[in-house]
Design a protein around this ligand. Structure first.
Ligand SMILES: [Zn+2]
Length: 234
């Protein structure tokens, strides 16, 4: 949580929302890498859909739901397809967006910011949505990346079971690699359905996580400049 404290100190004022929720005991972050098995992709997507469908039908059956009901009978297939092909499609490296760099000498040493990137992810502890906004900044080394590409990198890592800290770091590290620069910052401000719709039922709190690398880590002025950009609309 050190990063968040740093962030709050940096921001000092004008917090976008009143409360910042700390993760509870059931939200212990793990490693930077998503914990995947070696054989994670030996099965193809169609077989995964088929197996998940079968098991989800079983879950619904155990809960006592009548799967012959017209409204329910398609649900196991819909859920399975949604898991494999949509909301968890970012687990599979074959879906990773390729990043193309463009040379732009005029942007050398300039801070580029993309703010308010909407993302939808899932908490890996409860499998319910985490959703919010991501803000990204980098200082160009003469190369720039298409804005839609930044968006796609955010979406790719969001489409996994996640913890917000890891998601933030994965996006930051990917941008460093794609841009060939250390000077990258990512801030994510998100709502966790596992906090708002169950447990403590707190509907107002959001969680902020930050990743700072290179100049953003070393230099308070760079962080402040980034903050200034992303607070414009508040
Ligand atoms: Zn959760």
């Amino acid at each position: 949580m050190k990063q968040k404290e740093t962030l709050l100190n940096t921001m000092g004022i004008n917090l976008s929302r009143e409360t910042f929720e700390e993760f509870g005991d059931d939200h212990v972050g793990t490693s930077l890498q998503t914990p995947l098995r070696e054989d994670a992709f030996e099965m193809d997507d169609d077989l995964k859909v088929e197996l998940i469908e079968k098991h989800f039908r079983e879950i619904m059956h155990i809960m006592g739901l009548d799967l012959t009901d017209d409204s329910l009978k398609g649900t196991p297939h819909r859920v399975a397809k949604m898991y494999v092909k949509e909301v968890f499609s970012g687990l599979n490296p074959k879906n990773k967006p390729a990043a193309k760099l463009f040379e732009n000498k005029y942007k050398y040493n300039e801070m580029l910011v993309e703010k308010d990137i909407t993302f939808h992810s899932h908490c890996e502890h409860h499998f319910v949505p985490i959703y919010g906004k991501a803000h990204v900044a980098y200082i160009s080394n003469g190369n720039v990346i298409g804005l839609s590409k930044i968006n796609r990198i955010v979406q790719y890592y969001s489409k996994r079971p996640q913890v917000q800290e890891r998601l933030t770091m994965q996006i930051g590290n990917e941008l460093k690699e794609a841009l060939g620069t250390e000077d990258v910052a990512v801030i994510m401000d998100a709502y966790h359905m596992c906090v708002s719709s169950r447990g403590v039922n707190d509907t107002n709190s959001s969680t902020v996580t930050a990743f700072y690398s290179g100049k953003f880590e070393r230099d308070e002025q760079s962080r402040n400049e980034f903050m200034k950009y992303i607070q414009l609309e508040k």
